[in-house]
Design a protein around this ligand. Structure first.
Ligand code: TNX
Length: 535
């Protein structure tokens, strides 16, 4: 009896330990929500607070997992959840409103309860990402807290743009599955929904293709890597490689899906293909003499578009890619493809003659169309870098505008969908600062935060043409980025600016954003993210 009493007293003491952190009243959310109305008072989340799931959907479990991933590090425990039929006081209620668009939500916090309302689970997930930024920062510090409070606030929110992406180049430098998942976590915090995964390039082929095993056996390893910038002649002498097995690819796609992020793979052709040609030299015009590149830049050696085997190769690779990635979009690259080899290749010239193609650029267009037909026949859509416009595109193709916004503008004017990712505002391999981390990022480059924030993805387009701009994306090329810490440094806080461009588009205010950013960077610190200081 005595022992039981003692045990009970201990348990009670344990339950009451830890502090109660009151709301700091700060409502500073990035990307900026559509409408924010701050009230007075606070809602306490403690031991007895449960999640009451009224909106029952198979994907709500992902929302609960996300909520617990936020709450658990704060209070040391997960929230209880139950299924209910209506909102209840004292609970975090997940409610459905079928009139809401995909990704839209409201987050209503009163002293009595929290109501998260959305039309789909993605909306509820974004409400959780917002809630995360409302937790007083102090609650994250030190020992788990007994309870913490959220400010009273009513938020109505929905994204302006449906595509909010990050392109991650894992070819120039390879990043582990854990690293890629880490990047996905960072994306989720910023409400980005598409990871464009750049999986093949001259310096390494990174995805296992069972039909073509040499792609990874041979094509995933380069002999050494250039030290320094383009003009350098110094190499490190160290073999460098890495690739993902199909099982690992599935793991990443699944991890992203649980965070409402779609992974769009990029398989580059006809240019940026030297790694593939090293594995299968017969696919090139010369048919020999290739070596996975050890320096950066654009190489004249590309796939031979005169050879039928090259088309079989592309379709063979894409067939396996389609099995691994359920995304609507498949990116086929298409950028920086020199035509010099085609100009003197008898097979390419014969193909041009047979197909009535007047220029080599139209030969690239022909190849792009064939890949597109293959993708469309399998219910998918093609995305390509803006160079594909030059070979002529079908109305189904989506253009990724990187050489400025002009490609995207042209695409929208002619009725093609486009994603804006101009070097001028979205190249996160460009240095974030002129004074720090001098060795990170592209030579002589500079892309400060304010510039990212100033992107207008709709410039000069009419209302009707604007509907063709699917969204925006930041691109992380990794020639000069080698570790996940570097990745964090280049992404943060610029990703927060890009996220506000995509999410809050028409309602931007840089001064207001930087004030809110002070709060978000405190969260970066709590999570241990390496972010670049602002000048
Ligand atoms: C251009 S953007 C490239 C990449 C480089 C990048 C460096 C694009 C489609 N091609 O291959 O990594 O510049 O900033």
């Amino acid at each position: 009896m005595k022992r039981t009493l003692l045990a009970l007293t201990c348990m009670a003491a344990l339950a009451s330990c830890g502090k109660v952190v009151h709301s700091d009243g700060i409502v500073a959310v990035i990307p900026k929500p559509t409408e924010v109305t701050v009230g007075s008072g606070e809602f306490k989340i403690g031991r007895s607070t449960a999640v009451n799931v009224v909106f029952d959907d198979e994907r709500i479990s992902d929302v609960l997992t996300a909520l617990n991933a936020v709450v658990q590090p704060v209070s040391g425990r997960e929230l209880q959840s139950k299924t209910g039929t209506q909102a209840e006081d004292g609970a975090i209620n997940l409610l459905r409103d079928t009139t809401m668009r995909s990704e839209e939500y409201t987050l209503q916090i009163t002293p009595e309860r929290v109501d998260i309302t959305s039309g789909d689970a993605a909306g509820a997930f974004y409400a959780v990402q917002t809630l995360r930024q409302l937790i007083p920062v102090e609650a994250f510090e030190g020992e788990p807290v007994r309870a913490f409070c959220l400010p009273t606030v009513a938020i109505k929110d929905r994204p302006a743009m449906g595509y909010r992406g990050l392109m991650f180049d894992v070819c120039r430098h390879f990043f582990s599955v854990a690293d890629v998942k880490h990047a996905i976590d960072i994306m989720a915090l910023h409400k980005l929904n598409t990871l464009h995964w750049h999986l093949t390039d001259d310096q390494g082929w990174r995805i296992e293709i069972k039909k073509y095993p040499r792609l990874t056996e041979v094509g995933s390893v380069r002999k050494q890597t250039l030290v320094g910038y383009a003009s350098s002649t110094e190499f490190d002498g160290i073999p460098y490689g890495g690739f993902y097995t199909q099982e690992q690819i599935r793991e990443v796609v699944d991890y992203a899906a649980h965070r409402f992020i779609t992974v769009v793979p990029e398989i580059e052709f006809p240019g940026h293909s030297v790694a593939a040609l090293t594995a299968y030299p017969e696919l090139g015009c010369k048919g020999e003499g290739y070596e996975v590149l050890t320096r950066w830049g654009v190489d004249d050696r590309v796939l031979c578009m005169g050879k039928e085997s090259a088309f079989e190769f592309i379709n063979g690779v894409l067939s396996e890619v389609l099995e691994l990635f359920p995304s609507k979009y498949i990116h086929i690259g298409g950028d920086e493809c020199p035509t010099v080899e085609w100009e003197t290749c008898p097979l390419c010239q014969a193909r041009m003659k047979a197909e009535g193609l007047k220029t080599e650029r139209l030969l690239q267009g022909y190849a792009t169309h064939r890949a597109e037909q293959f993708l469309n026949a399998h219910g998918r859509s093609l995305v390509g870098w803006d160079e594909i416009l030059e070979g002529g595109v079908t109305p189904n193709a989506t253009i990724m505008s990187w050489r400025g916004t002009k490609g995207g503008i042209q695409a929208a004017r002619q009725g093609n969908h486009a994603i804006m990712t101009p070097t001028t505002h979205c190249y996160f391999d460009y240095k974030p600062s002129t004074t720090t981390a001098a060795n990170l990022g592209y030579e002589d480059s500079y892309l400060p935060l304010a510039k990212v924030y100033s992107l207008d993805p709709y410039e000069s387009l009419t209302e009707e043409q604007r509907s063709y701009i699917l969204g925006v994306q930041c691109n992380l090329w990794t020639e000069y980025i080698t570790t996940i810490g570097d990745v964090e440094y280049m992404l943060l806080p610029r990703m927060s600016a890009l996220s506000e461009v995509g999410w809050s588009c028409g309602d931007k205010d840089y001064a207001d954003y930087t004030t809110r950013l002070e709060h978000l960077t405190r969260l970066y610190e709590i999570y241990g993210y390496n972010y670049s200081p602002q000048e």
